[in-house]
Design a protein around this ligand. Structure first.
Ligand code: AMP
Length: 351
C-alpha cells in the first residue's frame, strides 16, 4: 500500500534520528507524529505532533497508531509486545525482534551465509566459564538486549576476569564473542522498497572512540573496499529474508579472513549521516520513501567522497570553527545538557 504525500507517518522514538527522518518526511510533503516517553526531544521541534507515552503502554500506542497512516521506528530498543497485531509497521516486527537480540541476529545472519565472530549465549557465571573455553580469549561479553554505543559490554582477557565481567554487565542474559583482530570497521546501509527493490550506499569505514562512532568516511578504500561487496551481498540477503521495508544497517569487521558480521540495526544509522549532503538521496529520505511505498532514490555519491564526524559531548562547542570551514555542513540536534558521550550533532564534509 502506498502512503501518499500529505499523510501522517508515525515514528516511534524522538531522538536525532527521528528529527532527521521528520525533516526528510516534511520535504516530501508528509506530516510526522512522534511517540516517545519524554516531554520533548530532538524530533519535537520538527515533527507536526508529539505524543508522550511509554514504550510498554499498549493502549497509548494503539491510540497513537489510530492517528497515523504508517508506523516506523528510529529506536530499536522498544518492547515488541505492545506493537503485536498492529498493521503497517515498517520495517516489520520480525526485523525488530531479530535485531533486538544479539544471539538471534547472529544466528539469523548465519542462516543466510553470514560469519559472525565465534559466539556463545551466556545466562549465568557457570555458562560464562564454559563459553570462555569454547569461544577462546580475549573475548567480549555483551548483554543480549538493550546495548548500544558500547554500553552493556565487558572485555575478558583471562578466565580470572569472568566474575568481574559478569557483574559489570549486571548479570543479565548475554552473549560471549571472541574478540576479532580486525583491520577496520565498516557498515553497509541499504534501503529496500515495498516492491523488494534494494539500493545500497557506499560502505562507510567507521572509527570508534570509547565504543561510540567518531568518524565515518566514504568511499571505502583498502581492505574495506575489498570486502564491501561480500558484506553488501550478505546485507541484501538479510533484508530479503526478512521481507524488509526501509533502511537497514549492518556493521562488519574487516579481518584478514574476510568480513565478520557484527550487528544490524533495523533503522537509519549514524554511519549514514553523510548521505544527507553526500548522496543524491539521503538515508532518511530513502527510509521515508520505502515505508511509504514510493520508488527509492539514487544512493550515488555527489562528490568524490565524504566524511562525517560526530560532535560528542563538549565537542559541539567547536561550532564556530566548523562554520568557518566552507566545506563543512553542521548539524546540531537541539539537545540541551551536554554530557560525556552524548551525541550533540555531527559535521559532514564533502570532497
Ligand atoms: P557493538 O555494540 O557490538 O557494535 O560494539 C561496540 C564496539 O566494540 C565495536 O564497534 C568494536 O569497536 C568493539 N567490538 C565489539 N565486538 C567486538 C569483537 N567481537 N571483537 C573486537 N571488537 C569488538
Amino acid at each position: 500500500m502506498t502512503v501518499r504525500p500529505g499523510s501522517t507517518i508515525g515514528i516511534l522514538g524522538g531522538g536525532q534520528l527521528g528529527r532527521m527522518l521528520a525533516i526528510a518526511a516534511a520535504n516530501l510533503g508528509y506530516r510526522t507524529h512522534i511517540y516517545a516517553p519524554g516531554l520533548s526531544g530532538p524530533a519535537s521541534e520538527v515533527a507536526a505532533r508529539w505524543t508522550r507515552g511509554d514504550y510498554d503502554d499498549a493502549a497509548a500506542i494503539a491510540a497513537w497508531v489510530s492517528q497515523v497512516d504508517v508506523v516506523t521506528y528510529e529506536f530499536e530498543n522498544v518492547d515488541v509486545a505492545p506493537l503485536k497485531g498492529l498493521d503497517g509497521v515498517r520495517p516489520s516486527l520480525r526485523a525488530l525482534e531479530v535485531a533486538q537480540d544479539r544471539v538471534a541476529e547472529k544466528a539469523f545472519a548465519e542462516t543466510v551465509g553470514g560469519r559472525p565472530a565465534p559466539y556463545c549465549p551466556v545466562d549465568s557465571l557457570t555458562d560464562l566459564t564454559q563459553a570462555l573455553e569454547m569461544v577462546g580469549m580475549p573475548a567480549i561479553l555483551k548483554t543480549r538486549r538493550f546495548g548500544y554505543d558500547g554500553k552493556g559490554q565487558a572485555r575478558v582477557r583471562d578466565a580470572a576476569q569472568a566474575g568481574d565481567a559478569w557483574a559489570a554487565i549486571g548479570e543479565q542474559p548475554a552473549v560471549l564473542e571472541k574478540m576479532v583482530a580486525f583491520e577496520a570497521e565498516f557498515s553497509i546501509i541499504l534501503a529496500r522498497g515495498l516492491d523488494g527493490r534494494i539500493v545500497r550506499y557506499d560502505a562507510a569505514t567507521n572509527r570508534h572512540k570509547d565504543g561510540i562512532l567518531d568518524l565515518s568516511t566514504v568511499p571505502p578504500s583498502g581492505i574495506v573496499a575489498e570486502q564491501a561487496e561480500e558484506a553488501g551481498a550478505l546485507a541484501e540477503r538479510i533484508a530479503g529474508a526478512l521481507g524488509y521495508v526501509g533502511v537497514l544497517a549492518c556493521e562488519f569487521f574487516a579481518s584478514k579472513d574476510g568480513p565478520v558480521f557484527n550487528e544490524m540495526a533495523p533503522r537509519v544509522h549514524n554511519s549514514g549521516h553523510w548521505t544527507i549532503e553526500g548522496a543524491v538521496t539521503s538515508q532518511f529520505e530513502n527510509h521515508i520513501r520505502a515505508v511509504c511505498g514510493l520508488p527509492l532514490g539514487s544512493t550515488a555519491l555527489v562528490g568524490t567522497g565524504a566524511e562525517m564526524r560526530n560532535l560528542i559531548g563538549r565537542e559541539m562547542e567547536e561550532w564556530p570553527t566548523i562554520l568557518a570551514d566552507p566545506t563543512a555542513h553542521l548539524h546540531l540536534y537541539g539537545k540541551t545538557g551536554v554530557k560525556p558521550g552524548r551525541k550533540m550533532g555531527h559535521v559532514t564534509r564533502i570532497f
